[in-house]
Every structure is written in structure tokens, then in C-alpha cells.
Design a protein. Structure first.
Length: 215
């Protein structure tokens, strides 16, 4: 069966003739190239040092066939569906012993990336810790805010989607050691390359692609 994206690509090519329309280019590109073992990205950190992300192989996590990804040699897990990209997350609460508050596949991106698209991911869970309730809640709001060309140490990348992500996570506890963690970032995704730049809009710290190897 021909996929909807392939049909749309064919129609656009017929209408546009032989010239490559930027929209056609973007629709036919992979912005999360995670399917090949060995794909690796190196990022310079504005705070100093570097970050290494590498696809290590297939795995199973929470009943999903997924890809194991090493981030600075620590295992993470990615899953790409027809219209979304998820990351495995696990949040624990330490009070004399460790309790799991959150373990799930969290929505990261809605796919395909289209200018103006928005999405929301929400999670809430309460567990009993020594007879008292401890609650974890998370809300992530995402939006594709722009299409821009961007230059980073690895070079210039055209037609990048700029994704803005705002996440607020709360641990509410009667024991006085709750927390609030927030993230407000812009991520730049280049066609067939993946993430090339991330900017923390709260601290202005940056991650910029320095080198990459894709198969």
C-alpha cells in the first residue's frame, strides 16, 4: 500500500515539474534518522565539553520494539511511530529507599514536522510512600515555530524545522522534599541529519552539532 506521504510527494512533483520544491524536500526527509545502528552525533556544549549520541541497536522497552541510544554512553530508548516520536523516561523518588514515580513512553515530537503544528503530552501518577501520597505530574507543550537555515560547527543546514518545547514537571510530597523541574528549549532539526542545535531559552546554554556519522 502506498503511504499518504508518498502520494502527496507524487502529486507535488507532478504539479511542480522537475524543479525541487522546498516543501517536497522537507516532506520526503527524515528528521529523526535513528534506524541505522552506528548513527552518531557529536555536540559542542556552550558550558564546556561535548555530548555524544549514538544508536546502539534494537531493544524492547515497556513492550515496544525500540532503538537503544547511548547518550554519553548511558542508555536511553527511542521509538518512532507513523506520526510521533517518543522517548523512554523514568523518574524516581528517594526517601529511605527508591520509589518509581514515572516510567513510560513520553511524547517528544508530533510527526511529520509541519510549520504551526502543536501537541501536548500530559502525565499524572500518585504512589503511596510509607502511607502518604506522593504525586508526579508532567506537562509538555510542543510547537513547530519556524523554518530556518542554521550554521553550527558541523556546517550550514538549510530548511531546518525549529521546535519549541516547554515542559513542567512537579513532585508533590507531604515530606517536604518535593521539586519542580522545568525546561524551555528550542530545537533545530535538519532534513536527513536530525537535531543540529538546541538552545535552553531560560539559561541560553547551547548544544551545537560538531560532527556526525550516518549510515
Amino acid at each position: 500500500m502506498i503511504r499518504h506521504t508518498q502520494i502527496l510527494l507524487l502529486l507535488l512533483l507532478v504539479v511542480g515539474g522537475c524543479s525541487m520544491d522546498p516543501l517536497v524536500y522537507r516532506i520526503g526527509s527524515d528528521y529523526i534518522p535513528m534506524d541505522a545502528v552506528g548513527n552518531t552525533w557529536f555536540y559542542n556544549l556552550s558550558s564546556g565539553g561535548e555530548k555524544r549520541v549514538s544508536v546502539a541497536g534494537s531493544s524492547i522497552m515497556l513492550r515496544r520494539d525500540c532503538m537503544r541510544v547511548q547518550v554519553d554512553f548511558q542508555d536511553g530508548y527511542w521509538y518512532k511511530g507513523e506520526d510521533y516520536f517518543d522517548e523512554y523516561v523514568k523518574t524516581t523518588y528517594l526517601f529511605n529507599e527508591e520509589f518509581v514515580l514515572e516510567e513510560r513512553w513520553a511524547r517528544r515530537l508530533a510527526l511529520p514536522l509541519v510549520l504551526g503544528n502543536t501537541w501536548t503530552d500530559e502525565f499524572e501518577n500518585t504512589i503511596m510512600v510509607y502511607g502518604e501520597p506522593v504525586k508526579r505530574s508532567v506537562t509538555l507543550d510542543g510547537k513547530v515555530v519556524a523554518i530556518r537555515d542554521v550554521s553550527v560547527p558541523a556546517g550550514r543546514f538549510d530548511q531546518c524545522y525549529v521546535v519549541r518545547l516547554e515542559q513542567v514537571g512537579v513532585i508533590d510530597t507531604p515530606y517536604g522534599n518535593g521539586s519542580v523541574d522545568s525546561a524551555f528549549v528550542e530545537e533545530y532539526y535538519a532534513p536527513d541529519i536530525g537535531l543540529v542545535k538546541r538552545v535552553n531559552l531560560l539559561t541560553l546554554e547551547k548544544e551545537e552539532l560538531r560532527d556526525y556519522s550516518l549510515k
